[in-house]
Design a protein around this ligand. Sequence first.
Ligand code: COA
Length: 178
Amino acid sequence: MNSLAKENMNIAVESLNKISETDLADLCNITEQAIRAGGGFGWLTIPPVETLKKYWNGLILIKSNILIVGRLNGTIAGASQISFYPSNNEAQKNISKIQSHFVAPWARGYGLAKAMIDRAIEISKENNKKSIQLDIRETQSAAIQLFENKGFSKWGENPSYAFINGTRIKGYYYFKDL
Ligand SMILES: CC(C)(COP(=O)(O)OP(=O)(O)OC[C@H]1O[C@@H](n2cnc3c(N)ncnc32)[C@H](O)[C@@H]1OP(=O)(O)O)[C@@H](O)C(=O)NCCC(=O)NCCS
């Protein structure tokens, strides 16, 4: 149960092409919290804060990536990334991918993840994408439920998607046509 009353929560979602010092600190904090919670972000151990800063600052320089952030009462509490294929890949130019979609543990349950998916879909449509796709570890059950409820369909599995502490983890592949 969330200790913060939902009616006192203001949710906002936006895409960022510049990161202020405050937002950078918030992004680094929530990344650490998500990694600690076992979280869908690729990292299994917390890297030094300088590495996290370079990661976020580097991300917004990549033209084919869009960083979406979710704010609870102004503070960044979740993030999601959309990426497009490079321009040489004409066959896949109408596809966008969602990656590293997560919400800090203290901000879960307020609808932030759903709102970020809605924004990712809007941005994909604005960019003439016809299908939005993602892959996810089988162990991320909340996210699997979330994307399935948002109309994403599972089309495949990779039995050797990831290895965590020596254990082989399956990956699930999803798409949603727009
Ligand atoms: C998955 C995650 C993003 C959900 O964030 P959130 O802000 O709590 O989600 P929202 O409040 O917007 O939406 C809640 C929905 O998520 C799903 N969900 C959230 N927690 C769940 C849980 N414990 N079990 C099952 N479904 C869950 C449900 O579909 C729920 O909808 P409902 O309330 O109508 O049942 C968050 O738990 C998270 O960051 N997990 C770790 C990272 C991760 O797995 N990322 C995916 C990599 S692509």
